[in-house]
Design a protein around this ligand. Structure first.
Ligand SMILES: [Zn+2]
Length: 346
């Protein structure tokens, strides 16, 4: 794979790096990376990876842009409010570097979708804010032997490690099975943009080492950073023989059953409903059917936002994911989703 004159110029200040060179740059061009979660972490890491010339980026996020995202999620601006994050991100990153192929997936990450999220990539970058989808990604990466650069940040703290299947501990080896229930979130605890920029810069540098044949610095090592004290501490982690994900006593995955998952989100009265098997809705068709019963507040390539007369807002993506705002009960959110789908099937 060769580089065009434009690319040689564009990347000249990194090709000259001793750790990169022309060969390293060509390797980046051949590389494929998934960025799971396009919030505070994914925005920063995707900008770096796209600018640097990674050939293919897959962006995964279930959410739409909210005003509370804008202090830290650098790909979005005031005009992006209400649009699917992956749609705006794809546009911005393509404008930033048209040499990069950018695939956008407005999808909820769970055990059923995790394989689609990680398949055929060389590295997976964590940009998630919950543990349940991280365990699903970890499991899919272990199964398909794809390196997973874990990163997390909240308040002024963050941590990062590089998981290489069959070589290092996996996420479950060192975290066990954490539940998202009762965990602090960005809404309750806040998050400082600079910790996100720091953690993601380290994630990117680990990914670049993996992609260009270097040695990652955080294999079997967790780096813990606190921006408030400006402290960087690391400790060794080891794999557990009885780890249910990567250990010798593996538990078989449950078979996929059709259905719907509804989870409460970080944010007031918000739920995400996602079909276990993603759908392929035609947004123009869907808008035609729904405009008789709802006010369509926003329509884009990847989805549309509807408002009911009682103020409940529903952002429906082409994958069938729906962000439902303005309801306080999971049951109500489920009913709203089921009714919406029933309308579409008529
Ligand atoms: Zn493990």
């Amino acid at each position: 794979m060769s580089l065009s004159d434009e690319e040689l110029q564009r990347y000249s200040r990194q090709i000259v790096l001793r750790t990169m060179g022309l060969e390293g740059q060509k390797k980046l061009k051949r590389s494929r990376v998934s960025i799971v979660g396009m919030g505070g972490l994914g925005c920063f890491s995707s900008v770096q990876l796209a600018s640097m010339g990674v050939g293919y980026l897959r962006l995964i996020d279930q959410d739409v842009v909210d005003i509370t995202n804008l202090h830290r999620q650098i790909l979005y601006d005031t005009d992006s409010l209400g649009y699917p994050k992956v749609e705006i991100a794809q546009k911005r990153l393509t404008a930033l570097n048209p040499n990069v192929e950018i695939d956008a997936m407005p999808l909820t990450v769970n055990e059923e979708t995790a394989y689609d999220v990680v398949k055929d990539v060389d590295v997976v970058i964590d940009g998630l804010d919950h543990f349940a989808p991280r365990y699903a990604i970890n499991k899919a990466c272990v199964k398909h032997k794809i390196p997973y650069v874990y990163g997390g940040a909240l308040e002024t703290y963050g941590n990062v490690t590089t998981i290489i299947p069959e070589k290092t501990a996996c996420l479950e080896c060192f975290l066990g099975r954490l539940s998202d229930e009762g965990m602090p979130t960005c809404e309750t605890a806040g998050v400082l943009p600079s910790i996100l920029a720091t953690i993601t810069s380290i994630q990117v540098s680990e990914a670049i080492k993996l992609l260009t044949g270097g040695t990652p610095s955080l294999a079997n090592k967790m780096l813990f950073i606190d921006m408030n004290a400006l402290s960087f501490t690391s400790f060794n982690i080891v794999n557990r023989e009885n780890c249910p994900t990567c250990g010798t006593q593996l538990i078989e995955a449950k078979p996929t059953v059709p259905g719907l998952k509804v989870v409460e989100l970080c944010g007031k009265d918000s739920f995400m409903a996602s079909p276990i098997q993603p759908l392929t809705l035609n947004i123009a068709e869907v808008a035609g059917i729904l405009e008789e019963r709802f006010t369509i507040k926003l329509r884009s390539t990847f989805g549309l936002t509807l408002e009911r007369s009682d103020g409940v807002s529903i952002s429906l993506m082409k994958t069938g994911n729906a962000l439902i705002k303005g309801v306080s009960d999971k049951k109500d959110a489920t009913t709203i989703y089921d009714e919406l789908m029933a309308t579409l099937k008529k």
